[in-house]
Design a protein around this ligand. Structure first.
Ligand SMILES: [Zn+2]
Length: 317
C-alpha cells in the first residue's frame, strides 16, 4: 500500500485511555477530489482489537472506499501486520447527514480483528482510495491486547512497565542489610525465572524512574504496594514499590510457625515486582500456584511460579 501524507488532517487528538480509546476530534478542510475520514475508536480486546470510523471521497460520494489496518507499526514497517478490510460496508447516517452525502451511501467501517500480537501495540488505520488520488492515514492509537485464553483478571488494571528490563533505585533502609540482600535476592528470583525479565538495583543518587522504599506505614494493613504512574491500562513510566515494615513480618493464618522472616519479606518483594510486569493480585489461576495470591504461604511461595512466568511471557512476548 502506498501511504501518502494527509495534509487535510489539521488536528488529531489521541487519548491513551486503553480499552476505550476515542479518537474523533479530527477537523477537516474539505476540498474536492480527496478522501477524508476519521477513526472513531481503536481499542484492544482478548486476542483481538477493534477499529471503527468512516471515510469518503469528496469527488465521488457514491463510491465506498477501502480500509487497511496495521498493527505493530505503520504501513511498511517490518514489524507491522496488515489487514485489508475491503471496502467500507457500514451505513453511517450521521456522516451522510453532516456532509450532505447520499442517504444510502456507505462510508463506515467497524471491525473486530483477531491478532496474535499481545500487550501494548500501535494500530494504524488508512483509507484506500477507489476513486482518484492517494490513500490517506486516518489515525493511530496504542491498544492493550490480552493474550487469547487468558482472563482479564490475570493482568492489573493499573498497568505495567513498557518492558521487562528495569533498574530500581533503593533508598533508605532498602540500601542496607538485611533489606538490600533480600531485595537483590528477590531480583535474582525473577531474573533466573522463565519470565524473561531483568531487574537490577542501584543505590546511586537519582533521579531514577523506579524506586523501592522500605519504611513503616502507619494505619494501613498492606505489606507492600506497587504504585505505577501514569495509572490505568497503559505503560507506566515511573513506579514506586513500598514495603511496609510494620506489617511485612506479621505472618498470616496461612503461614504456620515456625516463621522464616527472610522468606516472608522476600516473597513480599517478589510479589510487588510481579506488579511491575502487569500481573494482578489474586488471579483466578485454577489449581495453579501463583506468586500473586495475596493469601499464599510466603514461606513456600517466594519465587515466580510457572503460572506467573507464563503470564508475563504471554504479555511481553
Ligand atoms: Zn499485590
Amino acid at each position: 500500500m502506498t501511504r501518502k501524507k494527509n495534509k487535510r488532517i489539521i488536528s488529531l487528538l489521541i487519548t491513551a485511555i486503553l480499552f476505550c480509546t476515542i479518537i474523533s476530534s479530527a477537523i477537516f478542510t474539505v476540498s474536492a477530489n480527496s478522501l477524508i475520514g476519521v477513526v472513531d475508536y481503536i481499542s484492544g480486546g482478548n486476542g483481538t482489537f477493534w477499529v471503527r470510523g468512516w471515510a469518503f471521497h469528496t469527488g465521488n460520494s457514491s463510491v465506498s472506499n477501502g480500509i487497511h489496518v496495521y498493527i505493530g507499526g505503520p504501513a511498511g514497517s517490518s514489524n507491522a501486520i496488515g489487514y485489508d478490510l475491503g471496502r467500507m460496508n457500514l451505513l453511517r447516517p450521521d456522516v451522510n447527514a453532516v456532509y450532505g452525502l447520499p442517504a444510502n451511501s456507505i462510508h463506515g467501517y467497524d471491525r473486530t480483528i483477531t491478532t496474535s500480537k499481545t500487550g501494548l501495540q500501535d494500530v494504524y488505520v488508512y483509507a484506500i482510495n477507489y476513486v482518484a488520488g492517494g490513500n490517506v492515514f486516518l489515525g493511530m492509537s496504542m491498544v492493550f491486547i490480552t493474550p487469547t485464553g487468558t482472563q482479564p483478571g490475570f493482568y492489573s488494571s493499573q498497568g505495567g512497565l513498557a518492558n521487562r528490563n528495569v533498574t530500581i533505585q533503593l533508598t533508605g533502609t532498602a540500601t542496607t542489610a538485611p533489606w538490600n540482600n533480600i531485595i537483590n535476592g528477590a531480583s535474582t528470583m525473577w531474573n533466573s525465572s522463565g519470565a524473561g525479565v531483568n531487574i537490577s538495583t542501584t543505590t546511586a543518587p537519582g533521579p531514577y524512574a523506579h524506586v523501592l522504599i522500605v519504611r513503616p506505614e502507619t494505619g494501613v494493613t498492606w505489606r507492600g504496594m506497587c504504585q505505577k504512574s501514569p495509572a490505568g491500562n497503559i505503560f507506566a513510566t515511573t513506579s514506586a514499590i513500598i514495603i511496609n515494615t510494620l506489617v511485612v513480618d506479621n505472618p498470616s493464618p496461612t503461614e504456620p510457625a515456625p516463621h522464616n522472616i527472610n522468606l516472608l519479606r522476600m516473597s513480599t518483594v517478589v510479589h510487588e515486582f510481579g506488579h511491575l510486569f502487569w500481573l494482578a493480585d489474586s488471579p483466578n489461576s485454577g489449581n495453579a500456584a501463583t506468586l500473586m495470591f495475596a493469601n499464599r504461604n510466603r514461606m513456600s511461595i517466594f519465587v515466580p511460579q510457572v503460572f506467573d512466568e507464563n503470564n508475563v511471557r504471554a504479555l511481553y512476548g
